[in-house]
Design a protein. Structure first.
Length: 79
């Protein structure tokens, strides 16, 4: 009995998850000859605030960058 665990960052719609389940089941039936009724799939959605890579939360990495002025941010007004 195949058991497939899928983790995705963020979220997906019910329709998208249904498509993933159908595609993965089909692949296991086609490639390994498994009985589709025996295929079990769990999709876990991981919040981007609970997932990091390269020392940075994905939520922070993907957040829009704040606009910065040119030059030194600590410098006073230009003359």
């Amino acid at each position: 009995m195949p058991f497939v665990s899928i983790r995705i960052s963020g979220s997906a719609s019910k329709e998208q998850k249904a498509g993933i389940v159908a595609d993965v089941t089909s692949s296991l039936v086609t490639r390994l000859g498994k009985n589709p009724a025996a295929v079990q799939i769990v999709i876990e959605e991981v919040s981007t605030e609970n997932y990091g890579a390269g020392g940075v939360l994905i939520a922070d990495r993907d957040a829009p960058k704040a606009a910065t002025s040119e030059g030194d941010a600590h410098a006073g007004p230009s003359q």
